[in-house]
Design a protein around this ligand. Structure first.
Ligand code: OGA
Ligand code: NI
Length: 340
């Protein structure tokens, strides 16, 4: 394969989908059957009644595993717009420039890659992504792209705001489980933070493939900034795929595998996917809050008072992450492998 055809943001206008992206008939997204998610939980974090916020977060985590909150989350409209713009500027750089960062090694701290796990998968996905480690910023930001010239500054500012929001949410999630607010933090340790800047070019045959197939995120929880004009995110609710329409100024929060484990299954790591479209490129920026690598993941004893036994065995996040990337994204839920 020629290097420049490895990524899909390569400037080529395809009239048909290359065969290595075509899903077998039974695995296709069936876009006509997808309905809009009408009742998406929207939470106003600026509300003065903190206990109401916590109750809403608890309901959203239990019923959906995700929520979309629009206002007063502390990340300004300006920095969200700049983040999306610099992401677009990066992916529209000349191919040779981008390819300097290309790698298929999931453990690199900065890399441009494509699809999801090229080494393990059989069918590819119509997505490119720039994956960055973001915390501590002083350690990683110097490795980030210096083209576009404003990249480090904008992404750095965005990451700081997102982390602040993330730590606040982690406390609220802890309280929503009836735990002390620092309980989850004590288990997961100093949070790591990674980012995936996703770029989904227009796709000639969107009904035959995915940007990202159904998956659950392996980390604690994810804060997603989406293109406000182009939709593509879908979540699985009661066996049906629902399209999450981007709302202005909104960030989407979804629970990942580690909060499912820490909550002893009370909160679900939500299955979600990204579909592509024929007309417009779509950009999303996923910020992954992760446990520290050596954190031993287990649910706190307070959650067993009602008599429910521990569902998962103790493991470290480093073990989990290795297992996750050693598989294809489409396989069974990785968390199943850590059951008692
Ligand atoms: C992800 C993800 C969804 C999207 O990066 O893990 O689920 O809409 N992205 O890009
Ligand atoms: Ni995801």
């Amino acid at each position: 394969m020629l290097l420049e055809t490895k990524v899909v943001s390569n400037g080529i206008k395809y009239s048909t989908l290359p065969t290595s992206y075509v899903r077998p008939v039974t695995e296709r997204p069936k876009l006509l059957e997808v309905t809009d998610c009408e009742k998406v939980p929207v939470i106003d974090l600026g509300c003065e009644d903190e206990s109401f916020i916590i109750q809403q977060i608890g309901d959203a985590c239990r019923d959906y595993g995700f929520f979309q909150q629009v206002i007063n989350h502390g990340v300004s409209e300006e920095i969200m717009e700049k983040m999306l713009k610099v992401a677009d500027d990066f992916f529209t750089l000349p191919l040779e420039e981008k390819m300097k960062l290309y790698s298929e090694d999931p453990f690199k701290t900065v890399r441009l890659s494509t699809s999801s796990n090229v080494m393990k998968e059989t069918v590819h996905n119509w997505r490119d992504y720039l994956r960055l480690h973001c915390y501590p910023l002083e350690k990683y930001a110097s490795e980030w792209p210096s083209n576009p010239s404003t990249f480090k500054e904008i992404v750095g500012k965005y990451c700081i705001k997102i982390r602040f929001l993330g730590l606040r949410l982690q406390q609220a999630i802890s309280e929503s489980l009836g735990l002390e607010k620092d309980c989850i933090e004590k288990i997961l340790g100093q949070s790591g933070q990674h980012m995936s800047i996703n770029y989904y070019p227009p796709c000639p045959e969107p009904e035959l493939t995915y940007g990202l197939p159904a998956h659950a995120d392996p980390n604690s929880f994810t804060i997603l900034l989406q293109d406000t004009q182009v939709s593509g995110l879908q979540v699985l609710k009661d066996g049906k795929w629902l399209a999450v329409k981007p709302l202005p100024n909104a960030l989407v929060i979804n629970i990942g595998d580690q909060l499912q484990a820490v909550s002893n299954g009370k909160y679900k790591s939500v299955w979600h996917r990204a579909v592509v479209n024929a007309d417009k490129p779509r950009i999303s920026v996923a910020s992954f809050l992760c446990p520290s690598n050596d954190a031993v993941i287990n649910a706190p004893k307070e959650l067993f008072i009602s008599g429910s036994p521990p569902i998962y065995r103790d493991y470290t996040y480093a073990d989990y992450y290795k297992k996750y990337w050693g598989r294809n994204l489409d396989e069974e839920h990785c968390l199943e492998l850590f059951k008692n």
